[in-house]
Design a protein around this ligand. Structure first.
Ligand SMILES: Nc1ncnc2c1ncn2[C@@H]1O[C@H](COP(=O)(O)OP(=O)(O)OP(=O)(O)O)[C@@H](O)[C@H]1O
Length: 253
């Protein structure tokens, strides 16, 4: 495939009179990290929800891997490799880290493990889950209850759960929220390491992380893309500085 992995075309969504997505068009290219930034309430989460299939747009199209997926629900999109990272609340705190990932492996695999005897199926599931934990640097915590992990480790576990769905494009909504400096740096390293395998679209308020990670940055203000391009050009855009980055010193969000 030579074109963009994801093409968002003229997307619109309103809640009554409030237009939260206004004629949004953007492309996400394979093996890149595309960040969406913008002030609180700009419509970033609503946009991601429309891309994941959680929310239907009022109009416009979502083209993924060359196919129009606008009408597909979330499960069908996950089946095609377009997944939204799970929120902390979807981790099962009373289950081990390994079990949390194994459940996602099983959900992704559907009936593919039916040819195994039960014990072998469980081993195959756990082996695949362990690979995902290794991918995110959490294999040493496999037996720990998810609820007992640190905040940063829970974020890593979310990523392992997301990876278990074998995504080609991962939608990440504020993955660094609530993390400390060191945890954030570890997650930034993890995203950079995963980039050759998984394309990512990232909503993030941590501007250091955004400008360290992103190949492309789109700026959303009142539901509209006001700038899109490489980080240096977006950072230098006067409209962006006025609408968003300039606010940072006085009103971080
Ligand atoms: N279900 C809903 N019904 C009505 N209004 C909504 C609904 N969901 C979101 N909104 C409004 O839509 C606007 C965009 O919200 P959204 O959460 O997408 O913004 P955001 O850019 O992700 O904000 P933040 O950075 O604070 O997370 C906000 O004004 C919000 O109050």
């Amino acid at each position: 495939m030579t074109g963009p992995l994801l093409q968002v075309q003229n997307l619109n969504k309103a809640y009554g009179a409030l237009k939260v997505t206004q004629d949004v068009s953007l492309d996400v290219h394979e093996h890149q990290i595309h960040a969406i930034i913008g002030p609180n309430g700009a419509g970033k989460t609503t946009l991601i929800a429309q891309l994941s299939g959680q929310l239907r747009p009022d109009s416009g199209r979502v083209i993924y891997a060359g196919a129009d997926i606008t009408g597909l629900d979330m499960a069908a999109r996950v089946g095609r490799g377009l997944a939204r990272s799970f929120q902390l609340t979807t981790l099962l705190p009373g289950f081990s880290a390994l079990d949390n990932v194994a459940l996602a492996v099983q959900a992704r695999a559907g009936s593919s493990f039916r040819f195994f005897r039960p014990a072998a199926a469980e081993r195959a599931l756990n082996d695949r889950a362990m690979e995902c934990l290794e991918d995110v640097g959490l294999s040493g915590r496999a037996d720990r209850l998810a609820g007992s992990l640190s905040h940063g480790e829970k974020r890593q576990l979310e990523m392992a759960v997301a990876l278990a769905t074998e995504p080609r494009l991962l939608l990440l909504d504020e993955p660094l929220a609530g993390t400390g400096h060191e945890e954030a740096a570890e997650l930034v390293t993890l995203f950079r390491r995963l980039k050759p395998r998984v394309t990512m679209m990232l909503i993030e308020h941590d501007m250091d992380a955004v400008f360290a990670l992103a190949d492309c940055v789109s700026v959303l203000v009142y539901g509209q893309i006001v700038a899109s391009g490489d980080p240096a050009s977006v950072r230098a855009d006067p409209q962006v500085r006025a609408a968003y980055l300039g606010e940072e010193e006085t009103a971080p969000c």
